[in-house]
Design a binder for this molecule. Structure first.
Ligand SMILES: NC(=O)c1ccc[n+]([C@@H]2O[C@H](COP(=O)([O-])OP(=O)(O)OC[C@H]3O[C@@H](n4cnc5c(N)ncnc54)[C@H](OP(=O)(O)O)[C@@H]3O)[C@@H](O)[C@H]2O)c1
Length: 331
């Protein structure tokens, strides 16, 4: 592992892959003690593990033959689509370069893990180098390269430095996931304006500047930007007015940008999760004086699953906005 590079240029640290492309371990039926020690609030549902059938591709045949059954016909059409490069196969993310902001957090961590397990190359962004390096260390057996890039999104100079470094080093970017965010609740009548300023800087201004600086890199391949928004970005509720305002603004940025960059081949997707079992929500429940029951909430991996589906969609389609809520509506 190399030490941090030029601190003024974003503190990006590369972890050289050891034995890249090691296959994922078989899913564990019960969360390990180590997992529970790190994520004491997390509920893990392994019911679906092992159910995903491998993708099969049929041998080539003439799809226009009228005697084939309709099922066969659709299979053949699917095969034709594969040949035309319209359908992205299961390895579609292999070696794609993805930058995930908020990668040391609950949802960002799950998204980074999902991408690493699909062999994407990663740049993990957050404020704290130590947290990022620990995350990178945990992911490096899955992918050929993971970098930690410390950058405070409320500080324009750090964003400029990090983007200059990424541009010099990579010259391109395939995927940008905006997942960093600050969640502060409070009654609008009393909530301090410094709280509004912080949330605006971290949730709107910083991601906007990051997007502006990285857009030229995303135009080289067919780039994809995913905005991890919130159900609060669609419906403002009591005690979350400031946070909601920043997330509504975040949606506006995504919607405008989509129309501006779609013609250049860049996809823009917004994901609106409901309450998810992560550290800030555990703290929020504590503040609200109510039990924190993670099993009633979305899991970060649920959100990561949606993101993975969005990213691997064929390029004839774009998921624009997708909402995901806990199955049991407990709040
Ligand atoms: N949890 C939910 O219920 C929920 C629901 C809907 C949407 N969301 C959204 O999902 C995203 C992630 O939430 P989460 O629950 O996973 O939160 P989390 O665990 O607290 O993670 C937040 C991440 O953002 C980073 N971050 C915070 N401030 C930053 C700044 N100024 N500059 C750079 N990075 C910063 C943190 O890293 P450092 O601390 O090292 O800076 C951390 O990696 C947020 O945008 C949130 O609005 C969450």
């Amino acid at each position: 592992m190399e030490g941090p590079t030029d601190a003024g240029r974003g503190l990006c640290t590369r972890l050289k892959g050891v034995n890249p492309k090691v296959p994922s371990p078989a899913p564990c039926p019960i969360p390990s003690a180590a997992f529970r020690a790190v994520y004491p609030w997390r509920f893990v549902d392994f019911r679906h593990s092992g159910r995903q059938a491998p993708l099969t591709v049929l041998p080539s045949e003439n799809a226009s033959t009228s005697s084939v059954s309709s099922r066969k016909q659709s299979e053949l059409l699917a095969h034709g689509a594969f040949n035309n490069g319209l359908v992205r196969d299961v390895n579609v993310l292999q070696d794609e370069l993805a930058l995930v902001t908020g990668a040391s957090g609950g949802i960002g961590g799950a998204i980074s893990t999902a991408l690493a397990k699909h062999s994407a190359r990663l740049i993990l962004m957050g404020r704290t180098s130590a947290k990022l390096l620990a995350c990178a260390e945990g992911l490096r057996s899955f992918t050929s390269s993971v970098e930690a890039c410390a950058c405070d999104l409320t500080k324009a100079e750090e964003i400029e430095g990090a983007c200059a470094h990424i541009s010099d080093k990579h010259g391109r970017l395939d995927i940008l996931i905006h997942c960093a965010g600050v969640i502060q609740h409070g009654n609008l009548a009393d909530a301090p304006l410094v709280s509004m300023d912080l949330q605006y800087a971290a949730n709107v201004r910083g991601p906007l500047l990051l997007t502006q600086r990285l857009l030229p890199l995303l135009k080289k391949p067919r780039g994809h930007i995913v905005f991890i928004n919130s159900s609060a970005g669609l419906n403002a509720r009591p005690n979350a007015g400031q946070y909601s305002a920043t997330k509504h603004a975040f949606k506006a940025l995504a919607d405008s940008l989509r129309d501006e960059v779609n013609p250049e081949g860049i996809r823009i997707s917004s994901v609106f999760p409901g309450r998810t079992a992560t550290a800030p929500i555990s703290t929020l429940h504590e503040k609200e004086g109510r039990d924190f029951k993670p099993e009633l909430l979305l899991q970060p991996e649920d959100v990561a699953s949606v993101v993975l589906n969005i990213l691997t969609l064929p390029w004839t389609a774009e998921v624009t906005n997708v909402s995901i809520r806990p199955m049991l509506k407990s709040y």
